[in-house]
Design a protein around this ligand. Structure first.
Ligand SMILES: Cc1cc2nc3c(=O)[nH]c(=O)nc-3n(C[C@H](O)[C@H](O)[C@H](O)COP(=O)(O)O)c2cc1C
Length: 109
């Protein structure tokens, strides 16, 4: 937010308000962990959609050893491994699949 304020995109007041709120929220380890998961999930979906638009296929994987991943890739303790996403060209066509109707997973109020 410092850069946003410097560049005139937000006022100093707004910067201070946001930083106070965020620093407060991140005092909670649970909040920080939950935020890591929601933020990473949004980024992951964007990555997968962008990869598909560029002609690549992806697969999300949550079933991996975080400890082994951290050790193998020397991941800093400030990061929380959320999921792995493989990106590449599919070796063969994926099996057909289905999805819930939007009405089953959303409430439009
Ligand atoms: C967050 C997330 C984690 C996943 N983890 C795994 C996994 O560890 N192993 C696996 O075989 N599939 C995993 N999947 C499922 C596959 O990535 C993929 O979504 C699925 O094979 C697509 O098949 P479907 O269209 O039948 O759902 C995961 C999916 C998501 C969204």
């Amino acid at each position: 937010y410092g850069e946003l304020a410097e560049q005139g995109f937000i006022t100093e007041d707004i910067k201070e308000t946001l930083m106070t709120q965020i620093n407060g929220a991140y005092q909670s380890e649970q909040y920080a962990r939950e935020a890591a998961y929601s933020n990473a999930s949004l980024a992951a979906m964007q990555l997968m959609i962008a990869a598909k638009a560029m002609g690549y296929d992806t697969c999300a994987k949550g079933g991996f050893s975080k400890e082994a991943f951290i050790k193998e890739f020397n991941v800093s303790g400030r990061y929380e491994p959320v999921m792995l996403i493989s990106v590449g060209k599919a070796a063969k066509e994926a099996h057909k699949s289905n999805r819930f109707d939007i009405e089953e997973v959303s409430d439009f109020l």
